[in-house]
Write a protein that binds this ligand. Structure first.
Ligand code: HBI
Ligand code: FE
Length: 276
């Protein structure tokens, strides 16, 4: 796997925004809490307008997490949030300069650490940014980590991802993450369908489309189907998988025979999400 120095050169060559030259061996950096007034204002704008949507469209377990972590009035101090999260589920968050390679990313998850980018998009990028920034990583992913069952799923995912990749299942394991942790929907007793994935939670336009759009395609969650379904990162999803509960996700993951699934499916073409 790649060293930090090699990765830092690649990222600089690709024009990624983070400063990888100061990474530790596990790709973490210190958060360096020295945000400008403009960055604090962008954070509040992002949180205010997105919270108007999440109050209506997010699963209650996400909103519970927001409530418990109390994270919306200023850019979060990662150490303070980690202290709260540790008490709730034993997770903590660590600062990274942006995307990191898959292997150290999974190692962090396996150790109940979630990597959060330490920089924020600008006011010109409120609606869309290609690279994950602090708003996506934090507002999107962190609240659900306060839920014990989801927290356990993410740890297991980190533990098993390496084995699945070793079997040749790297695309299949990425699809599972994409359609659950990023774009998953979930049922809630006595309520209309809700969102829980972080890609939805941090998107001003796709959150509403995914949950309420008349053209949004909702498909019941099935682990093997998810692992076979292709995705595109720069368009609205053409299918959203609906989970009955976090328990269903964890149980499916825990009982799956990944060696058999990968052997059966890895050489087949990806399913087209539009035709599920
Ligand atoms: N790095 N910072 C960061 N955030 C991610 O979500 C991320 C990553 N590196 C690898 C990675 N995701 C993918 O391998 C996912 O499929 C898990
Ligand atoms: Fe993400």
């Amino acid at each position: 796997t790649m060293s930090v120095a090699e990765y830092a050169r690649d990222c600089a060559a690709q024009g990624l925004r983070g400063d990888y030259s100061v990474c530790r061996a596990d790709f973490t950096v210190s958060q360096g809490y020295d945000y400008s007034d403009e960055e604090q204002a962008v954070w509040r704008t992002l949180c205010d307008r997105q919270t108007r949507l999440t109050r209506k469209l997010a699963h209650h377990s996400y909103l519970d997490g927001v409530e418990k972590l109390g994270l919306l009035d200023r850019i979060p101090d990662f150490d303070e949030v980690s202290a709260k999260l540790r008490k709730l589920t034993g997770w903590e968050i660590v600062a990274v300069p942006g995307l990191i390679p898959a292997a150290p990313f999974f190692d962090h998850l396996a150790d109940r650490r979630f990597p959060v980018t330490n920089w924020l998009r600008t006011r010109q990028e409120l609606d869309y940014i290609v690279e994950p920034d602090m708003f996506h990583d934090f507002f999107g992913h962190v609240p659900a980590l306060s839920q014990p069952v989801f927290a356990d799923f993410m740890q297991m995912y980190g533990e098993k991802a390496g084995d699945i990749i070793a079997l040749g299942g790297d695309e299949m394991i990425s699809r599972l993450y994409w359609y659950t942790a990023e774009y998953g929907l979930m049922q809630e007793a006595g309520q209309p369908l809700k969102a829980f994935g972080a890609g939805l939670m941090s998107s001003f336009t796709e959150l509403q489309f995914a949950v309420e759009g008349k053209d949004a395609h909702h498909v019941p969650f099935d682990l093997e189907t998810v692992m076979r379904t292709g995705y595109e990162i720069d368009k609205f999803q053409r299918a959203y998988f609906v989970l009955p509960s976090f328990d269903a996700l964890r149980d499916a993951f825990q009982t799956a025979d990944f060696a058999a699934i990968v052997a059966r499916r890895k050489d087949q073409p990806a399913l087209d999400p539009a035709t599920l």
